[in-house]
Design a protein around this ligand. Structure first.
Ligand SMILES: Cc1ncc(COP(=O)(O)O)c(C=O)c1O
Length: 385
């Protein structure tokens, strides 16, 4: 019997059904999902409109390659342009976050003919060649991926950016809110400095919105708080609510030509249907406003419980950093309180629930957190905000 290549440490839980913000395992136990499987579940598990749209499409046509007209791609581009407020940007579709960043970096290099990339400490951009080279984690960069092109600058350090970005830099790639890096929020001033410095040097500014995008921060892309325009924005995760799809939004300054970018699966009928359903639901159910409201409610509640070192985030992208490893706290949340959470590093709990999560679910988490911290005997003092 062939074995699975054993790269994932697994919880002994087998979900067999899911709805909204809940999962049920094979024994019928219900779990509250505050993590959305790495920020992927955006409109909620098995949303009826999403299920219906995919089911209908599956009966019509599920796939044909990018050699024929697929009007669903244009519908997706129109709806994405409208909801994200980028109506004049072009859309290229692919299948994952890494692939989106890979294409963004390639496009930048095609555009200005340069090779050097500026990325940031604690960044995560994916595991394909260019994306992983721009990821600040040597343990996942294979020798073949390591290249001399990437410089890692400190995040939120405007002075370092002013000197580190030069007329030799091809692209700057940055997450508006770092996810894997521990929910670090870029300041408006820092993003504005990057924009200015990229303009001065002819450098392409790539905003990686794979985790912090798609409405999670309360704006469609988290960098929109700063008022800057990116040259290229990468997306994936929440885009398909679990159906694999990624893409880049490309500023009008880039010119397309046949064959410049390409993919077999990207933009297929089913993927576009999933992504269109997500956007329709986000718009009709006001999910970005919900992300702001429930995000603020959670932040207030976590703030009142206290006991943390630092609380960071925006909307439904929340990091709670403690001065102790959170492994056992998360296990208690999962196995006693039946709640899925995420982690960043060793000491930070990462919350990335569906954008449709309600007050009731937020309260369940706050109660469970309070209970765990009381039991742990953590000092219930107000942490630094
Ligand atoms: C900010 C960011 N960029 C890119 C990626 C890579 O996405 P994927 O796993 O879909 O390739 C991730 C995944 O966690 C991410 O958080």
């Amino acid at each position: 019997m062939a074995e699975l290549f054993n790269v994932y440490p697994l919880y002994d839980i087998e979900p067999v059904r899911a709805q909204g913000s809940y999962l049920w395992d094979v024994n019928g136990t219900r779990y509250l999902d505050l993590y959305g499987g790495h920020a992927v579940i955006s409109v909620g598990h098995t949303h009826p409109r999403y299920v219906q749209a995919l089911t209908d499409q599956l009966h019509k046509i599920s796939f044909y390659s990018n050699s024929v007209k697929i009007p669903l791609q244009q519908e997706l581009a129109d709806k994405l342009g409208a909801l994200s407020d980028h109506p004049d940007y072009a859309l290229f579709l692919c299948n994952s976050g890494a692939e989106a960043n890979e294409n963004a970096l390639k496009l930048a290099s095609f555009h200005n003919g340069r090779t050097k990339v500026v990325a940031f400490k604690k960044s995560f951009h994916g595991r394909t060649a260019g994306a992983v080279a721009a990821t600040d984690n040597p343990s996942i960069v294979a020798p073949i991926n390591y290249n001399q092109h990437v410089t890692f600058l400190p995040y939120n350090d405007s002075e370092a950016a002013r000197t580190g970005i030069t007329s030799e830099t091809c692209a700057v790639i940055i997450e508006g809110i770092q996810g894997v890096g521990g929910i670090q929020v870029a300041t408006d001033e820092f993003l504005q400095t990057l924009r200015k410095r990229c303009d001065e040097t002819g450098t392409v500014l790539i905003l990686d919105g794979v985790q912090c995008g798609y409405g999670r921060s309360g704006k469609f892309f988290s960098h929109q708080f700063s008022g800057i325009e990116a040259d290229i924005i990468s997306m994936a995760k929440g885009m398909g609510n679990g159906f694999p799809i990624g893409g880049i939004l490309i500023s009008p300054k880039f010119k397309a030509s046949y064959g410049l970018l390409g993919t077999t699966f990207g933009g297929n009928h089913l993927a576009c249907t999933a992504a269109i359903a997500v956007l329709d639901i986000m718009r009709d159910e006001g999910l970005m406003e919900n992300a702001t409201n429930i995000g603020n409610y959670l932040m207030d509640g976590i703030g009142q419980i206290g006991g943390y070192k630092e609380l960071r985030g925006r909307g439904l992208m929340i990091g709670i950093e403690y001065d102790f490893p959170v492994d056992s706290l998360r296990k208690t949340l999962l196995f006693e309180h039946k709640q899925f959470t995420g982690v960043a590093g060793k000491n930070t709990i990462r919350l990335l629930p569906s954008l449709a999560i309600g007050i009731d679910e937020a309260d369940q988490f706050l109660e469970a957190l309070q209970h765990c911290l009381n039991a742990k005997g953590a000092t219930v003092t107000q942490g630094a905000q």
